[in-house]
Design a protein. Structure first.
Length: 354
């Protein structure tokens, strides 16, 4: 820290400039932190995708994927669901904040106004408390104590960083009050200019990360069909489970020694006489799937033969791409039922809402 020894008006200007230089980074950081929170809160209320729980967000994602009809996107979703969720949330946040209304700038300016008023108020409070203290010579030190403790709730401005100016000989505290008000205005205007060109990369803690955390939960995927465990706790007790399993072709399953892709779902397999293979030559009956050890043993797969219309539509619609991806054919035991082929995209989407 440095000692400053100049008199009168120069001292006050030096003081105000020094203090504003210290306030600037703290203010900027606080604005971005508050804005990230505000954006996440606002979107949770106004964007239907974020209005419910994770399974409702999943429905929104499946609808989006069906509308886009992009097989590469589907592939990403099926194989890396957690990453896809995050990217989807980030995409919605970007669209919301950087649209033609430039909501991001509006949010930042609102946060700036909030903190700017807090700083102004701390200046006035400190001045009011200190100006009539006839018993104290170290009025500036006292003023800084007051200023930092008043602001402490909202802004991270350590008192020790201001030691360099606490010895200034300033007697006219009223004049100091005006000098601070004058020095703060350009600081606010500079930040406003910066916010006019801000983008999402300026945030240390991203709004989409905050939103994603609210939809956290278990991301374990069924070892047969890849569907995600529906438990809302990441390290939950008990088995992984889910309501709807999917056709196993989604994870590339083929019938043994054929190129026939498997359209059966694991929840119907566990009620059958079928076997599955692990390693080189170990065969396990599906109904005793837990004997296969980890990860199978940590899943509770209940017998159920119902397949969602959505995945029937998906298999029919992307038949060629799936055959190419997994080097197989929908024939023999993997023949697609004629009924599946009649399902329209709209029917598949509508069923998700039920």
């Amino acid at each position: 820290c440095f000692q400053i020894s100049c008199q009168g008006a120069t001292s006050i200007t030096t003081f105000a400039d020094f203090l504003c230089n210290k306030i600037s980074p703290a203010l900027c950081q606080a604005v971005y932190e508050k804005t990230a929170l505000d954006i996440a809160r606002d979107m949770k209320v106004k964007i239907p995708d974020f209005g419910g729980n994770r399974s409702q967000l999943q429905v929104s994602i499946l609808k989006y994927l069906a509308q886009e009809e992009n097989f590469e996107e589907f592939k990403r979703y099926l194989h890396s669901p957690e990453d896809f969720f995050e990217d989807y949330i980030e995409k919605l946040v970007d669209e919301y904040c950087l649209d033609k209304n430039r909501r991001l700038e509006m949010f930042l300016n609102d946060s700036l106004t909030h903190y700017y008023e807090n700083i102004q108020s701390a200046v006035f409070t400190s001045t009011r408390v200190v100006k009539d203290r006839k018993d104290r010579d170290d009025k500036i030190s006292l003023w800084l104590d007051e200023f930092c403790s008043t602001l402490g709730e909202v802004l991270n401005l350590p008192r020790r960083d201001l030691k360099g100016i606490e010895h200034l000989k300033i007697t006219d505290i009223e004049f100091l009050n005006n000098a601070m008000t004058e020095a703060l205005a350009p600081l606010r205007d500079e930040l406003k200019q910066e916010f006019a060109n801000a983008d999402m990369s300026s945030f240390e803690r991203q709004p989409h990360t905050m939103l994603a955390e609210q939809f956290a939960g278990c991301w374990e995927q069924c070892p047969f069909c890849g569907a995600v465990c529906t438990n809302t706790m990441s390290k939950h007790d008990g088995d992984h489970q889910l309501v709807f399993h999917r056709p196993k072709v989604l994870m590339g399953y083929k019938w043994h020694k054929t190129d026939n892709l498997v359209i059966d779902i694991c929840s119907s397999s566990v009620a059958s006489e079928c076997l599955f293979k692990i390693g080189e030559d170990t065969w396990i009956p599906y109904r005793r799937y837990r004997d296969a050890g980890h990860p199978y043993s940590s899943w509770n797969i209940l017998p159920d033969s119902s397949v969602q219309a959505y995945w029937k539509w998906f298999v029919c619609h992307f038949r060629r791409q799936l055959e190419q991806l997994y080097n197989g054919k929908f024939q023999g035991k993997g023949e697609i039922p004629e009924l599946w082929q009649r399902i329209t995209k709209q029917e598949a989407i509508s069923e998700l809402d039920k």
